[in-house]
Design a protein around this ligand. Structure first.
Ligand code: FAD
Ligand code: NAP
Length: 449
């Protein structure tokens, strides 16, 4: 459990503890399912299993209980039930001149049998970029039409396999070992082996398969051997931004297009750019619902809620508001939204401002980080309204946070502790215990990635 990212994001098909238990009990052998933990988690798990195997006495204590326990069913195993939805639209939500490219994606799900609740995420199976795949085929010296056996058991052309089945963005350690074993240059072979074994600084940072083929020109393994060693392209999850009560037959998403420059090459996120640049309206796309764990509206429609969702973190809160409107829920709703610029990045502005005008949003605070010299983030707005936020908590409010895990969610968490300590006149330890109690009562829920 300690080796996983502990975000309960569901990308592996389990919750973190269930994934850890499935590995420890032997029911799960794939150690690379933790997407946010990445390579570091996979390596730590591999080391732990090796240690357990080498320590028979300790293993004897741990194994029987785990082995006789019922196999943990992936509680979030929605990916097995993927259906084909039709992409209706993928409109840019930012205005001209924005540095961001966030898309309002709409899928038509009529007739698919797909059901979802607000708080759930949608899993999207995307394809790799064909231009990237063409560059890979050229580098490998292969023919695009060559038939290969894919890691999923089917036989396809090399081009088709690399586009729709293989993970070429994050080559597996096994694939890097194949490159190492086939490199003619001994120095390249040693470096590749060091990368596969996780020695920092041994190769290009965060290398994709093309980076490795460019950096190590003597490593040209037989194509079938490489394809068999590559991991399978995983679906990406997106928080659903609509309520089924408001947008029947549709699922809406809020997707940030991932583009960045690295080693003189424009990198494009697999799924976000598939949606933003390559999938035409009407295209059938395999999708599934990933049910939320601990990210739900309260059953009590009168309960007040506080929603903190900068950037794409707004997605589930648009759904929550649509749901509360459709249900006629009377509870108070407070939304904190943040983005870079008010003029160009105010996602769903018309809709949210209308909710603020008609009272569905009791309070609506925005933080546009780059509209002034000093950064203003959602947690600054929370601190400015600390007394009122404390009063809402005293009234039983639930607090929800959605969006970036590494920076925003951590800083918002810390701001909440400080607000509670100051307003509740507590020591920091007391404030942390108060937060822990909120979480136990399902009154502090997060959907962060
Ligand atoms: C439960 C859950 C809900 C989510 N909801 C949403 C949502 O509502 N909206 C949304 O947009 N995303 C959401 N995500 C994230 C989403 O699943 C994808 O991870 C995201 O879209 C990137 O996927 P991709 O295939 O486009 O990019 P990938 O091909 O997976 O590439 C992403 C990787 O690129 C690297 N990277 C990205 N930017 C940079 C940079 N500037 N510099 C260097 N490296 C960089 C990072 O290593 C990152 O991991 C959610 C994730 C989870 C787990
Ligand atoms: N790997 C990376 O380098 C990287 C970088 C950005 C985003 N991302 C990821 O890209 C996805 C989409 O991002 P997004 O479009 O939803 O927007 P986002 O990048 O989360 O930004 C939304 C708003 O949050 C602000 N913000 C930045 N740091 C913050 C903090 N510590 N506390 C509070 N607010 C903060 C941003 O301000 P400023 O932009 O002005 O700082 C912006 O105004 C997320 O998954 C995120 O994790 C990755």
């Amino acid at each position: 459990m300690a080796a996983t990212a502990q975000l309960d994001c569901g990308q592996c098909g389990y919750l973190c503890l269930e994934y850890a238990e499935a590995i420890a009990g032997g029911a799960e052998t794939d150690l690379k399912r933790c997407a946010p933990g990445g390579r570091a988690t996979a390596r730590m798990l591999k080391e732990l299993l090796a240690e357990a195997a080498a320590a028979p006495a300790a293993a004897a204590v741990a194994t029987p209980a785990a082995a006789t326990a019922p196999l943990p069913t992936p509680s979030t195993g929605g990916r097995a039930g993927a259906v084909t939805a039709s992409l209706l639209s993928c409109a840019r939500l930012n205005g001209a001149g924005s540095a961001k490219d966030t898309r309002g994606v709409v899928f038509r799900i009529e007739g698919t049998g797909l059901n979802y609740k607000v708080g759930d995420s949608l899993g999207v199976h995307a394809h790799n970029c064909p231009e990237l795949v063409d560059a890979l085929v050229a580098c490998l010296g292969g023919s695009a039409g060559l038939e290969v056996d894919c890691p999923d058991g089917a036989r396809r052309t090399l081009r088709e396999a690399l586009i729709s089945v293989c993970d070429v963005a994050r080559p597996s350690d096994e694939a890097i070992e194949v490159l190492a074993s086939r490199a003619h240059d001994p120095e390249e072979a040693d470096l590749l082996q060091a990368i596969a074994e996780g020695y920092p600084g041994s190769g290009p940072e965060d290398a994709d398969l093309l980076d490795l083929l460019i950096a190590f020109p003597s490593a040209r393994p037989p194509i079938q051997e490489l394809v068999s060693a590559l991991g399978v392209l995983q679906p990406r999850l997106y928080s659903i931004a609509s309520s089924p009560k408001a947008t029947r037959d549709e699922v809406h998403l809020t997707v940030a297009a991932v583009r960045y420059q690295r080693r003189d090459r424009l990198r494009k996120g697999v799924a976000s750019i598939f949606l933003a640049e390559r999938a035409p309206p009407g295209m059938p796309v395999p999708v599934f619902v990933q049910p939320a764990h601990g990210f739900r509206l309260p059953d009590d429609g009168d309960a007040p809620i506080v929603m903190i969702g900068p950037g794409t973190g707004i997605a589930p809160f648009r759904a929550f508001l649509q749901e509360r409107r459709a249900l006629g829920a009377k509870g108070r709703n407070w939304l904190f939204f943040g983005e870079q610029h008010g003029a160009t990045d105010f996602l769903y502005r018309d809709e949210l401002e209308a909710y603020a005008r008609d009272g569905l949003l009791t309070r609506f605070d925005t933080a546009f980080s780059r509209d002034q010299a000093d950064k203003i983030y959602v947690q600054h707005r929370m601190r400015q309204s600390a007394a009122e936020l404390w009063a809402w908590l005293q009234d039983g409010a639930r607090v929800y946070v959605c969006g970036d895990a590494t920076r925003m969610a951590r800083d918002v968490d810390s701001a909440l502790v400080h607000i509670i300590a100051k307003q509740g006149r507590m020591e920091m330890a007391g404030a942390k215990a108060y937060m822990a109690q909120l979480a136990r009562e399902q009154r502090y829920q997060r959907d962060v990635y």
